[in-house]
Write a protein that binds this ligand. Structure first.
Ligand SMILES: Cc1cc2nc3c(=O)[nH]c(=O)nc-3n(C[C@H](O)[C@H](O)[C@H](O)COP(=O)(O)O)c2cc1C
Length: 365
Protein backbone atom coordinates (compact mmCIF):
# COMPACT_ATOMS: atom_id res chain seq x y z
CA UNK A 1 0.00 0.00 0.00
CA UNK A 2 1.41 3.38 -0.85
CA UNK A 3 -1.13 5.72 0.71
CA UNK A 4 -0.41 5.76 4.39
CA UNK A 5 0.51 9.42 4.64
CA UNK A 6 -1.72 12.50 4.98
CA UNK A 7 -1.08 16.24 5.27
CA UNK A 8 1.32 18.47 3.39
CA UNK A 9 3.39 20.40 5.94
CA UNK A 10 2.18 18.57 9.04
CA UNK A 11 2.71 15.21 7.40
CA UNK A 12 1.61 12.06 9.21
CA UNK A 13 2.47 8.50 8.19
CA UNK A 14 0.92 5.67 10.18
CA UNK A 15 2.17 2.09 10.17
CA UNK A 16 1.25 -1.22 11.81
CA UNK A 17 -1.51 -3.78 12.03
CA UNK A 18 -4.06 -4.99 14.53
CA UNK A 19 -2.20 -8.18 15.46
CA UNK A 20 1.41 -7.19 14.81
CA UNK A 21 3.79 -6.42 17.68
CA UNK A 22 3.22 -2.66 17.54
CA UNK A 23 1.88 0.23 15.50
CA UNK A 24 2.67 3.90 15.34
CA UNK A 25 3.18 7.05 13.34
CA UNK A 26 5.87 9.34 12.05
CA UNK A 27 5.13 13.07 11.92
CA UNK A 28 7.33 14.85 9.42
CA UNK A 29 7.22 18.65 9.39
CA UNK A 30 6.32 19.13 13.03
CA UNK A 31 7.41 22.69 13.92
CA UNK A 32 10.33 22.90 16.36
CA UNK A 33 9.83 24.27 19.84
CA UNK A 34 6.46 22.68 20.70
CA UNK A 35 6.38 21.76 24.38
CA UNK A 36 4.35 18.83 25.71
CA UNK A 37 4.49 15.94 28.15
CA UNK A 38 3.94 12.26 27.52
CA UNK A 39 1.02 12.53 29.94
CA UNK A 40 -0.70 15.00 27.63
CA UNK A 41 -0.48 12.61 24.67
CA UNK A 42 -1.52 9.69 26.86
CA UNK A 43 -4.67 11.51 28.02
CA UNK A 44 -5.99 11.51 24.42
CA UNK A 45 -4.91 7.88 23.93
CA UNK A 46 -6.82 6.91 27.06
CA UNK A 47 -10.01 8.39 25.63
CA UNK A 48 -9.78 6.05 22.61
CA UNK A 49 -8.41 2.90 24.19
CA UNK A 50 -10.60 -0.21 24.31
CA UNK A 51 -12.09 -1.98 27.30
CA UNK A 52 -13.22 1.09 29.22
CA UNK A 53 -16.90 0.18 29.60
CA UNK A 54 -19.24 -2.67 28.73
CA UNK A 55 -20.32 -0.70 25.65
CA UNK A 56 -16.98 -1.04 23.85
CA UNK A 57 -14.74 -3.95 22.84
CA UNK A 58 -13.24 -5.90 25.74
CA UNK A 59 -9.85 -6.13 24.07
CA UNK A 60 -7.39 -4.89 26.73
CA UNK A 61 -4.76 -2.51 25.45
CA UNK A 62 -3.04 0.11 27.60
CA UNK A 63 -2.05 2.02 24.47
CA UNK A 64 1.03 3.45 26.16
CA UNK A 65 2.84 5.77 23.75
CA UNK A 66 6.59 5.90 23.39
CA UNK A 67 8.10 8.94 21.64
CA UNK A 68 11.15 7.54 19.86
CA UNK A 69 12.48 10.59 18.03
CA UNK A 70 11.97 14.23 17.14
CA UNK A 71 12.07 15.55 20.70
CA UNK A 72 14.55 16.72 23.28
CA UNK A 73 13.82 16.38 26.98
CA UNK A 74 13.70 19.67 28.89
CA UNK A 75 15.71 20.06 32.07
CA UNK A 76 12.59 19.36 34.16
CA UNK A 77 12.85 15.75 32.91
CA UNK A 78 9.18 15.74 31.91
CA UNK A 79 8.57 18.28 29.17
CA UNK A 80 9.46 17.23 25.65
CA UNK A 81 10.43 19.87 23.10
CA UNK A 82 9.98 19.10 19.42
CA UNK A 83 13.18 19.53 17.43
CA UNK A 84 11.64 19.77 13.94
CA UNK A 85 13.05 16.36 12.99
CA UNK A 86 10.76 13.39 12.23
CA UNK A 87 8.77 12.52 15.32
CA UNK A 88 8.17 8.80 15.65
CA UNK A 89 5.68 7.39 18.14
CA UNK A 90 5.11 3.74 18.97
CA UNK A 91 2.23 1.90 20.64
CA UNK A 92 2.62 -1.79 21.43
CA UNK A 93 -0.10 -4.36 20.79
CA UNK A 94 -0.37 -6.49 23.89
CA UNK A 95 -3.74 -8.27 23.77
CA UNK A 96 -3.91 -9.93 20.35
CA UNK A 97 -5.94 -13.15 20.13
CA UNK A 98 -5.45 -14.51 16.66
CA UNK A 99 -7.39 -17.70 17.37
CA UNK A 100 -10.61 -15.66 17.47
CA UNK A 101 -10.23 -15.12 13.75
CA UNK A 102 -9.44 -18.64 12.50
CA UNK A 103 -12.93 -19.12 11.09
CA UNK A 104 -12.84 -16.01 8.97
CA UNK A 105 -9.36 -16.70 7.58
CA UNK A 106 -10.94 -17.65 4.26
CA UNK A 107 -14.50 -16.33 4.66
CA UNK A 108 -15.43 -12.74 4.03
CA UNK A 109 -17.29 -10.88 6.76
CA UNK A 110 -20.14 -9.02 5.06
CA UNK A 111 -19.68 -5.27 5.53
CA UNK A 112 -15.98 -5.60 6.38
CA UNK A 113 -12.93 -5.07 4.18
CA UNK A 114 -12.03 -8.79 3.87
CA UNK A 115 -13.34 -9.26 0.33
CA UNK A 116 -11.86 -6.04 -1.08
CA UNK A 117 -8.42 -6.55 0.53
CA UNK A 118 -8.27 -10.03 -1.01
CA UNK A 119 -9.40 -8.75 -4.41
CA UNK A 120 -6.80 -5.99 -4.35
CA UNK A 121 -3.73 -7.53 -2.69
CA UNK A 122 -4.30 -11.28 -3.01
CA UNK A 123 -3.13 -11.65 0.59
CA UNK A 124 -4.96 -10.58 3.71
CA UNK A 125 -4.01 -10.44 7.36
CA UNK A 126 -7.23 -11.93 8.72
CA UNK A 127 -6.09 -11.59 12.34
CA UNK A 128 -8.29 -8.75 13.52
CA UNK A 129 -8.46 -7.30 10.02
CA UNK A 130 -4.76 -6.39 9.87
CA UNK A 131 -4.31 -2.90 8.50
CA UNK A 132 -8.07 -2.47 7.93
CA UNK A 133 -8.63 -2.69 11.68
CA UNK A 134 -9.39 0.50 13.57
CA UNK A 135 -6.49 -0.44 15.85
CA UNK A 136 -4.50 1.74 13.41
CA UNK A 137 -6.44 4.78 14.61
CA UNK A 138 -4.48 4.75 17.88
CA UNK A 139 -1.57 6.19 15.88
CA UNK A 140 -3.80 8.94 14.51
CA UNK A 141 -4.83 9.94 18.02
CA UNK A 142 -1.15 10.23 19.01
CA UNK A 143 -0.53 12.46 15.96
CA UNK A 144 -3.62 14.50 16.83
CA UNK A 145 -2.23 15.18 20.31
CA UNK A 146 0.77 16.89 18.69
CA UNK A 147 -1.39 18.66 16.08
CA UNK A 148 -3.33 20.31 18.92
CA UNK A 149 -0.06 21.94 20.01
CA UNK A 150 0.69 23.42 16.58
CA UNK A 151 -2.11 26.00 16.68
CA UNK A 152 -1.74 27.78 20.03
CA UNK A 153 -5.40 28.84 20.31
CA UNK A 154 -6.93 25.56 19.11
CA UNK A 155 -9.50 23.62 21.16
CA UNK A 156 -11.00 20.58 19.44
CA UNK A 157 -13.79 18.71 21.20
CA UNK A 158 -16.07 15.89 20.08
CA UNK A 159 -19.30 14.30 21.22
CA UNK A 160 -21.61 11.47 20.23
CA UNK A 161 -24.93 12.97 19.16
CA UNK A 162 -26.88 9.96 17.88
CA UNK A 163 -26.96 6.20 18.38
CA UNK A 164 -29.37 4.38 16.10
CA UNK A 165 -32.59 6.40 16.04
CA UNK A 166 -31.90 8.02 19.42
CA UNK A 167 -30.65 11.60 18.94
CA UNK A 168 -29.64 13.92 21.72
CA UNK A 169 -31.70 17.00 22.53
CA UNK A 170 -29.34 19.79 21.49
CA UNK A 171 -30.98 22.15 23.99
CA UNK A 172 -29.44 19.96 26.73
CA UNK A 173 -25.89 20.20 25.30
CA UNK A 174 -23.38 20.40 28.15
CA UNK A 175 -19.69 19.89 27.28
CA UNK A 176 -18.81 19.04 30.87
CA UNK A 177 -21.19 16.05 30.66
CA UNK A 178 -19.17 14.49 27.81
CA UNK A 179 -16.44 13.16 30.12
CA UNK A 180 -18.92 11.95 32.74
CA UNK A 181 -20.50 9.09 30.79
CA UNK A 182 -19.17 6.16 28.74
CA UNK A 183 -20.61 7.52 25.45
CA UNK A 184 -19.06 11.03 25.23
CA UNK A 185 -22.70 12.15 25.27
CA UNK A 186 -23.33 15.87 25.87
CA UNK A 187 -27.00 15.35 26.84
CA UNK A 188 -27.37 13.84 30.35
CA UNK A 189 -31.00 12.90 29.64
CA UNK A 190 -29.95 10.65 26.74
CA UNK A 191 -27.38 8.63 28.71
CA UNK A 192 -29.84 6.17 30.37
CA UNK A 193 -31.69 5.74 27.08
CA UNK A 194 -28.47 4.79 25.27
CA UNK A 195 -27.45 2.52 28.16
CA UNK A 196 -30.63 0.44 27.90
CA UNK A 197 -30.60 0.48 24.13
CA UNK A 198 -26.96 -0.59 23.77
CA UNK A 199 -27.30 -3.27 26.43
CA UNK A 200 -30.02 -4.86 24.32
CA UNK A 201 -27.92 -4.59 21.15
CA UNK A 202 -24.82 -5.93 22.89
CA UNK A 203 -26.57 -8.91 24.50
CA UNK A 204 -28.05 -9.83 21.13
CA UNK A 205 -24.52 -9.85 19.63
CA UNK A 206 -25.66 -7.16 17.23
CA UNK A 207 -24.41 -3.62 16.49
CA UNK A 208 -25.70 -0.17 15.62
CA UNK A 209 -24.55 3.01 13.86
CA UNK A 210 -23.99 6.49 15.27
CA UNK A 211 -23.24 10.15 14.53
CA UNK A 212 -20.27 12.05 16.00
CA UNK A 213 -19.93 15.84 16.07
CA UNK A 214 -16.56 17.58 16.31
CA UNK A 215 -16.24 21.28 17.13
CA UNK A 216 -12.96 23.15 16.70
CA UNK A 217 -12.73 26.51 18.46
CA UNK A 218 -9.89 29.01 18.33
CA UNK A 219 -9.24 28.44 14.64
CA UNK A 220 -7.80 31.70 13.28
CA UNK A 221 -9.70 33.24 10.36
CA UNK A 222 -8.07 32.90 6.98
CA UNK A 223 -6.79 29.31 6.93
CA UNK A 224 -7.70 26.93 4.11
CA UNK A 225 -6.29 26.82 0.59
CA UNK A 226 -8.83 27.21 -2.22
CA UNK A 227 -9.64 25.87 -4.53
CA UNK A 228 -8.36 22.28 -4.31
CA UNK A 229 -7.38 22.26 -0.66
CA UNK A 230 -10.38 23.88 0.94
CA UNK A 231 -10.38 23.47 4.68
CA UNK A 232 -13.80 21.78 4.65
CA UNK A 233 -12.66 19.51 1.82
CA UNK A 234 -9.59 18.35 3.75
CA UNK A 235 -11.47 17.93 7.03
CA UNK A 236 -14.07 15.85 5.20
CA UNK A 237 -11.36 13.76 3.57
CA UNK A 238 -9.63 12.97 6.86
CA UNK A 239 -12.90 12.19 8.64
CA UNK A 240 -13.96 9.95 5.76
CA UNK A 241 -10.64 8.10 6.09
CA UNK A 242 -11.70 6.81 9.53
CA UNK A 243 -12.87 3.20 9.48
CA UNK A 244 -16.64 2.74 9.14
CA UNK A 245 -17.36 6.42 8.32
CA UNK A 246 -20.01 6.63 5.63
CA UNK A 247 -21.03 10.28 5.70
CA UNK A 248 -19.49 13.64 6.60
CA UNK A 249 -21.12 17.03 6.85
CA UNK A 250 -19.89 20.51 7.73
CA UNK A 251 -22.08 23.06 9.50
CA UNK A 252 -25.71 22.66 8.50
CA UNK A 253 -24.61 19.87 6.13
CA UNK A 254 -27.44 17.90 4.52
CA UNK A 255 -30.01 19.89 6.51
CA UNK A 256 -29.06 22.99 4.49
CA UNK A 257 -30.99 21.49 1.57
CA UNK A 258 -34.18 22.32 3.49
CA UNK A 259 -33.23 25.92 4.34
CA UNK A 260 -34.06 29.10 2.46
CA UNK A 261 -31.34 31.62 1.62
CA UNK A 262 -32.65 33.90 4.35
CA UNK A 263 -32.48 31.15 6.95
CA UNK A 264 -29.06 29.95 5.90
CA UNK A 265 -27.35 33.37 5.62
CA UNK A 266 -24.87 33.91 8.43
CA UNK A 267 -25.53 37.64 8.84
CA UNK A 268 -22.66 39.89 9.88
CA UNK A 269 -22.26 43.01 11.99
CA UNK A 270 -19.26 44.98 13.22
CA UNK A 271 -18.49 44.32 16.87
CA UNK A 272 -17.55 47.05 19.35
CA UNK A 273 -13.94 45.85 19.19
CA UNK A 274 -13.83 46.54 15.45
CA UNK A 275 -13.93 42.86 14.61
CA UNK A 276 -16.73 41.28 12.55
CA UNK A 277 -19.40 39.27 14.33
CA UNK A 278 -21.44 36.51 12.71
CA UNK A 279 -25.02 36.24 13.95
CA UNK A 280 -25.22 32.50 13.21
CA UNK A 281 -22.96 29.66 12.03
CA UNK A 282 -24.82 27.60 9.44
CA UNK A 283 -21.59 27.47 7.41
CA UNK A 284 -19.80 25.58 10.19
CA UNK A 285 -16.99 28.13 10.37
CA UNK A 286 -15.81 27.84 6.75
CA UNK A 287 -16.66 30.00 3.72
CA UNK A 288 -15.04 29.49 0.33
CA UNK A 289 -12.84 26.83 1.89
CA UNK A 290 -11.35 29.41 4.32
CA UNK A 291 -11.97 29.60 8.07
CA UNK A 292 -14.14 32.49 9.26
CA UNK A 293 -12.84 32.42 12.82
CA UNK A 294 -16.12 30.92 14.06
CA UNK A 295 -16.15 27.41 15.51
CA UNK A 296 -15.66 24.75 12.85
CA UNK A 297 -18.42 22.17 13.12
CA UNK A 298 -18.13 18.77 11.43
CA UNK A 299 -20.31 15.70 11.80
CA UNK A 300 -19.78 12.15 10.61
CA UNK A 301 -21.96 9.06 10.39
CA UNK A 302 -20.50 5.72 11.42
CA UNK A 303 -22.02 2.50 10.15
CA UNK A 304 -22.86 -0.38 12.51
CA UNK A 305 -19.97 -2.73 13.33
CA UNK A 306 -19.94 -5.44 10.69
CA UNK A 307 -18.55 -8.21 12.90
CA UNK A 308 -21.69 -9.49 14.62
CA UNK A 309 -22.72 -12.76 16.22
CA UNK A 310 -25.73 -13.28 13.96
CA UNK A 311 -25.08 -15.52 10.97
CA UNK A 312 -24.95 -13.64 7.66
CA UNK A 313 -24.68 -14.95 4.12
CA UNK A 314 -21.34 -14.55 2.41
CA UNK A 315 -18.76 -16.28 0.24
CA UNK A 316 -15.26 -17.56 0.91
CA UNK A 317 -11.92 -17.27 -0.90
CA UNK A 318 -12.61 -20.63 -2.63
CA UNK A 319 -15.73 -19.22 -4.25
CA UNK A 320 -18.25 -21.11 -2.09
CA UNK A 321 -21.34 -19.78 -0.38
CA UNK A 322 -20.89 -19.74 3.41
CA UNK A 323 -22.62 -18.47 6.53
CA UNK A 324 -20.43 -16.12 8.58
CA UNK A 325 -20.75 -15.43 12.26
CA UNK A 326 -17.96 -13.33 13.79
CA UNK A 327 -16.68 -14.41 17.17
CA UNK A 328 -14.07 -12.39 19.03
CA UNK A 329 -14.30 -9.05 20.79
CA UNK A 330 -16.04 -6.18 19.04
CA UNK A 331 -17.46 -2.77 19.66
CA UNK A 332 -21.28 -2.93 19.52
CA UNK A 333 -21.25 0.73 18.47
CA UNK A 334 -17.92 1.87 17.04
CA UNK A 335 -19.19 5.46 17.06
CA UNK A 336 -18.30 5.75 20.75
CA UNK A 337 -14.57 5.23 20.31
CA UNK A 338 -14.64 7.21 17.06
CA UNK A 339 -15.11 10.45 19.03
CA UNK A 340 -11.42 10.99 19.96
CA UNK A 341 -10.39 9.72 16.52
CA UNK A 342 -12.58 12.35 14.82
CA UNK A 343 -11.13 15.02 17.09
CA UNK A 344 -7.60 13.93 16.13
CA UNK A 345 -8.31 14.05 12.40
CA UNK A 346 -9.85 17.52 12.62
CA UNK A 347 -6.87 18.72 14.69
CA UNK A 348 -4.42 17.32 12.11
CA UNK A 349 -6.27 18.97 9.20
CA UNK A 350 -6.30 22.33 10.98
CA UNK A 351 -2.63 22.09 12.03
CA UNK A 352 -1.59 21.27 8.48
CA UNK A 353 -3.59 24.17 7.05
CA UNK A 354 -2.31 26.54 9.71
CA UNK A 355 1.26 25.80 8.63
CA UNK A 356 0.36 26.00 4.94
CA UNK A 357 -1.25 29.39 5.49
CA UNK A 358 1.82 30.58 7.37
CA UNK A 359 3.96 29.35 4.49
CA UNK A 360 1.97 31.22 1.86
CA UNK A 361 0.92 34.41 3.64
CA UNK A 362 3.39 34.63 6.50
CA UNK A 363 0.50 34.22 8.97
CA UNK A 364 -1.69 36.87 10.52
CA UNK A 365 -1.79 36.08 14.23
C1 LIG B 1 -13.05 2.71 16.87
C2 LIG B 1 -13.47 1.71 15.83
C3 LIG B 1 -13.54 0.37 16.19
C4 LIG B 1 -13.94 -0.59 15.26
N1 LIG B 1 -14.08 -1.87 15.66
C5 LIG B 1 -14.62 -2.77 14.80
C6 LIG B 1 -14.92 -4.09 15.23
O1 LIG B 1 -14.72 -4.46 16.39
N2 LIG B 1 -15.46 -4.95 14.32
C7 LIG B 1 -15.73 -4.56 13.02
O2 LIG B 1 -16.24 -5.35 12.24
N3 LIG B 1 -15.46 -3.33 12.60
C8 LIG B 1 -14.92 -2.42 13.45
N4 LIG B 1 -14.66 -1.15 13.01
C9 LIG B 1 -14.93 -0.80 11.61
C10 LIG B 1 -14.01 -1.47 10.62
O3 LIG B 1 -12.66 -1.18 10.88
C11 LIG B 1 -14.39 -1.05 9.20
O4 LIG B 1 -15.77 -1.19 9.00
C12 LIG B 1 -13.67 -1.89 8.16
O5 LIG B 1 -12.29 -1.60 8.18
C13 LIG B 1 -14.18 -1.67 6.74
O6 LIG B 1 -13.95 -0.34 6.35
P1 LIG B 1 -15.14 0.67 5.99
O7 LIG B 1 -16.26 0.39 6.93
O8 LIG B 1 -14.53 2.03 6.23
O9 LIG B 1 -15.53 0.43 4.57
C14 LIG B 1 -14.24 -0.18 13.93
C15 LIG B 1 -14.15 1.17 13.57
C16 LIG B 1 -13.77 2.12 14.51
C17 LIG B 1 -13.72 3.56 14.11
Amino acid sequence: MSHNTFGHLFRVTTWGESHGPALGCVIDGCPPGLRFTLGEIQAWMDKRKPGQSRFVTQRREDDLVKVLSGVMMDEDGETMISTGTPMSMLIENTDQRSKDYGEIARSYRPGHADFTYDVKYGIRDYRGGGRSSARETAARVAAGAIARKVVPTLNVRGALVQIGKHRIDRANWDWSEVDRNPFFCPDPAMVPVWEDYLDTIRKAGSSIGAVVEVVAEGVPPGIGAPIYAKLDQDIASLLMSINAVKGVEIGEGFASAELSGEENADEMRMGNDGKPIFLSNHAGGILGGISTGQPIVARFAIKPTSSILTERQSINADGHNVEVRTKGRHDPCVGIRAVPIGEAMVACAIADHYLRDRGQTGGRL
